[in-house]
Write a protein that binds this ligand. Structure first.
Ligand SMILES: O=P(O)(O)OC[C@H]1O[C@](O)(CO)[C@@H](O)[C@@H]1O
Length: 506
């Protein structure tokens, strides 16, 4: 089925529902609260407040079938070359699951198990040598995943982890005086070992180490890591079949293995594997990732919503929006078909943004409730906290639930300033507790949803050519930033660089 055909099929459903108030849909079908909610292990999700009714869901499931979405997911799990522009499989699922059939997937899983064993042994050895701190140097997928998980689960840790991503000397200036080179392991994380920010940060820190401490690398480019000065024994491999933003489960997560311990890292993998198994085997209507993806498609392509807010109501998950920004926007920010033959005939990625509750209620929620644009929201809460302040947790939960309800139901008021239109859709995800297992499941759910959305749109979720031009342009401007005499062809850049030199050099 072609894009225009499924768009045409959705259009009458959208026309029927776009002006039907969500409270009316909810009142007409109270059972949707139960029917449109699913659980997988420690994760429960309710889609009942999406602006959809039974007939629209039926249509979406029919289109998912016609586009073969779950069949395409199977191809990804089995190691087919779903990353078409780079002719590679995308086997991040093999890092945690033995679900994939066929030689590619099985070999990938075996490699991953072997490397995990090495990572655990190396991390234990570092702990035994009195290493107290890990400095994780990496950016994008080599930073955001470990950072999210460490922030979420690092309260119980055997080592501290510090993150250095951007080439901003302020971070280093603040960090290095607090670290003892003899008790710090520096971890260079770069799939390519060619990312300029990571290499520059690495050079400065290597000098600071001065031969003390340990230098460890996680990379697919072992030769470059060795040339940089990392001992072969300290290099953990990555593979071209894992995309950077999907690589948390590999040696990219070495800082987590070191800080949380091998057992808790294995639980993170097990939580993701549990979600993999669910998504690979659940029937369409019971399939959490498919539901999640179809809601995204509905909001983007049927209702035309151009942005999506992610709202964790747990401070430990405050980095979730940052993490999902890369996962979603780098994966789905595409406008050509996977085979490059044509432009996509529909809108693709929404702008993903967000912040943690309840702080966000006092910053941007005004716009969510009364702004002219509707922004679908995803609330993420945790039922059982890891503290004993019950009144605080009750207040946090009451606010999460209230916001989803208020956005949906709105309220009529004679004063237009106090009028809430309502009908603003949201999904509520509740984790039983914040554990490695539930966090693994939550992240894997989003990975699968992203792939299913890409399959609906016919785009490649696993390349990121869009980030290359900026990198190349930075290389061409670098000489002029260093030397005011160097020629710059773009007149605006030339003027900005002159202004920079005028102020910087005094
Ligand atoms: O791990 P590497 O190769 O240093 O790349 C870091 C990040 O850079 C990107 O290629 C984008 O610039 C991401 O996809 C990736 O996660």
């Amino acid at each position: 089925m072609q894009t225009q055909d499924w768009l045409n099929t959705l259009a009458p459903e959208a026309a029927r529902l776009i002006d039907t108030p969500l409270p009316r849909l909810l009142a007409a079908d109270p059972e949707r609260a139960q029917r449109d909610a699913l659980r997988c292990g420690p994760l429960f999700a309710s889609f009942a407040r999406q602006r959809l009714d039974g007939a629209a869901w039926d249509t979406l499931f029919r289109l998912a079938g016609a586009r073969g979405l779950l069949g395409q997911l199977r191809r990804q799990l089995d190691g087919e070359p779903v990353n078409t522009s780079e002719s590679r499989p995308a086997l991040h699922t093999a890092l945690r699951s033995a679900l994939g059939k066929g030689t590619n997937a099985e070999a990938a899983h075996a490699e991953a198990r072997k490397t995990l064993g090495r990572s655990i042994a190396m991390a234990d050895a570092l702990a035994g040598q009195g290493i107290t701190d890990i400095l994780n140097i990496g950016i994008g997928g080599s930073d955001l995943g470990p950072r999210l998980v460490y922030d979420a689960l690092g309260a119980q840790r055997r080592m501290n982890v510090h993150f250095l991503s951007s080439p901003d000397g302020h971070t280093l200036q603040d960090l290095l005086p607090r670290l003892d080179p003899a008790r710090t392991a520096v971890l260079l994380v770069s799939k390519s070992f060619g990312t300029e920010e990571t290499l520059l940060n690495g050079e400065v820190v290597r000098e600071w180490l001065g031969g003390r401490g340990s230098l460890v690398a996680a990379t697919a480019n072992v030769d470059k890591a060795r040339a940089f000065g990392v001992d072969a024994d300290n290099i953990l491999p990555l593979w071209d079949w894992v995309g950077g933003r999907y690589s948390l489960w590999s040696a990219v997560g070495f800082a987590l293995v070191a800080a949380l311990g091998g057992d808790r890292f294995a639980e993170l993998l097990a939580g993701a594997a549990e979600m993999d198994a669910h998504v690979a085997s659940a029937a369409e209507r019971d399939n959490l990732a498919l539901r999640h993806a179809l809601v995204a498609i509905w909001n983007r392509n049927a209702l035309g919503y151009a942005s999506q807010a992610v709202l964790p109501y747990d401070q430990r998950l405050r980095l979730l929006p940052n993490y999902l920004q890369q996962l979603v926007m780098e994966s789905l920010g595409k406008s050509v078909l996977a085979d490059g033959s044509a432009s996509v005939a529909c809108s693709t990625v929404p702008v993903l943004w967000g912040g943690s509750g309840t702080d966000c209620q006092h910053s941007f929620f005004q716009a969510l409730h009364q702004g002219t644009d509707t922004v679908p929201a995803e609330f993420v809460g945790v039922a059982r906290p890891d503290h004993g302040y019950e009144a605080m947790h009750r207040m946090l939960m009451a606010n999460l639930l209230a916001q989803s309800e208020a956005l949906a139901n709105g309220v009529d008021h004679v004063d237009p300033h106090r009028q809430y239109r309502g009908s603003r859709p949201s999904t509520v995800i509740l984790l039983d507790a914040l554990t490695p297992r539930s966090l693994g499941a939550l992240i894997a759910l989003h990975e699968h949803s992203v792939f299913l959305q890409s399959a609906m749109w016919g785009i490649n979720a696993f390349d990121q050519w869009g980030v290359e031009l900026g990198k190349q342009t930075a290389r061409t401007l670098a000489p002029a930033v260093a030397n005011p005499e160097a020629r710059v062809s773009d007149p605006v850049s030339a003027a900005l660089i002159q202004e920079f030199h005028r102020v910087a050099r005094g």
